[in-house]
Ligand binder design. Sequence first.
Ligand code: FAD
Ligand code: SF4
Length: 419
Amino acid sequence: MGDPKGFIKIKKKPAGNRPIHERTGDYSEVEQVLNSEDRQLQASRCMDCGIPFCHWGCPVDNLIPEWNELLYKGDWKGASDRLHSTNNFPEFTGRICPAPCEHSCVLNIEQEPVTIRENEAAIVERAFTEGYIKPAPPKERTGKKVAVIGSGPAGMAAADQLNKAGHSVTLFEKDEKIGGLLRFGIPDFKLNKRTIDRRLEVMMAEGLEIKTGTEIGKDISGKEILKQYDAVCLAIGAMQPRDLSVKGRELDGVHFAMDYLAQQNRVNDGVYVAYDNRITAEGRKVLVIGGGDTGSDCVGTAIRQGAESVTQIEILPKPPDQRANDNPWPYFGKTLKTSTSHEEGCERKWSLSTLQFIGMQRRVTHAEVELVDWKKVDGSFKMKPVAETAQKIEADLILLAMGFVHPIQKDCLLSWILN
Ligand SMILES: Cc1cc2nc3c(=O)[nH]c(=O)nc-3n(C[C@H](O)[C@H](O)[C@H](O)COP(=O)(O)OP(=O)(O)OC[C@H]3O[C@@H](n4cnc5c(N)ncnc54)[C@H](O)[C@@H]3O)c2cc1C
Ligand code: SF4
């Protein structure tokens, strides 16, 4: 344990975000960084609990109290080594993980959890700056060849582990660059893409081969891959977006969130998109349908593009500000989440179901919505429309951000299985 009284003496101090007026003028990361001294003090707040509930909450089993202690003592290299022993890419999770560890932290009983996610990001950034993260190719190769298909965080992590184990790994990606939704879904203001390239450079220096612009099942058949490799790992994500089959869905100005976000990410990367194909919120009244992370990222992007107004609607009821009685610590708190994008200027509405899109001269002008009521019946929630609550929301750009249902199967998995 770093400092037995750290959690009493030191208050929680998050790094905070860049001011709204500044950050909405660019796509650079919103979150700031603390100086090293403050960061070490924040690590001293960790109590090294007998039962570290943070560890229980972490999906990758990060050894949180251990690296918090090393960080507090100023052993940045030791902290980085311990962090990397369970997590291939702390620079991704340190930026965008929803941090269930902090929800489970014992200090969160008093709503003052250790700043675990930020500590993690600080450790890995320092490790890159100091040169602690260097290519470390395996000493021996096994002679086995493995194909990893799909280069999102899952594919990247699998490829990294397999390569470290001595196999000769090729990472296949259908898009032009590695990273999956980290690259083309999540906006730069949450995760700058240099973090992906920087890690990739290390992995390639360790012997990882990458093949981008190659769709397995189309450019190379599944049979061929199975012939060429000893093992194949599928990490193709679940990118089929949930659609909304209502009247007016075909109108101009109604788009899937990913078509919108991926285009802006490409534009930020210097890709030219012809004016006619550009989906932009500039001067538009934007309606985002779906209240999750993807919807929130649409909000932040629309604001940066110069939207006239942004409204976000969600079909579920508004979550409570405090944990409900059936959602106690140390479980993930199902409370209202206000993202940095929401803070930038967005009207949010809940319990609204979309009835139809209305347009003029082929372009959408409004969405008709109605209130719904949620009741628990036999243990599960059931939705019922509330009579006479239909209303119109003016919008000439509507973004569908209602989650993803399964992997894309056209031209890919199906042909893999059939060929
Ligand atoms: C807008 C948005 C914001 C998000 N924000 C957050 C956040 O803040 N925090 C968080 O924790 N999570 C967030 N997520 C979720 C997170 O991005 C995903 O959970 C994660 O990327 C899934 O990783 P994956 O590797 O399984 O799949 P993906 O990232 O989807 O990667 C799959 C890859 O496989 C490739 N592929 C598919 N088929 C083939 C084929 N046949 N041949 C070759 N390549 C193929 C795809 O092109 C893709 O690159 C967000 C998601 C979105 C869309
Ligand atoms: S639960 Fe919180 S205080 Fe306890 S070990 Fe984990 S991070 Fe430290």
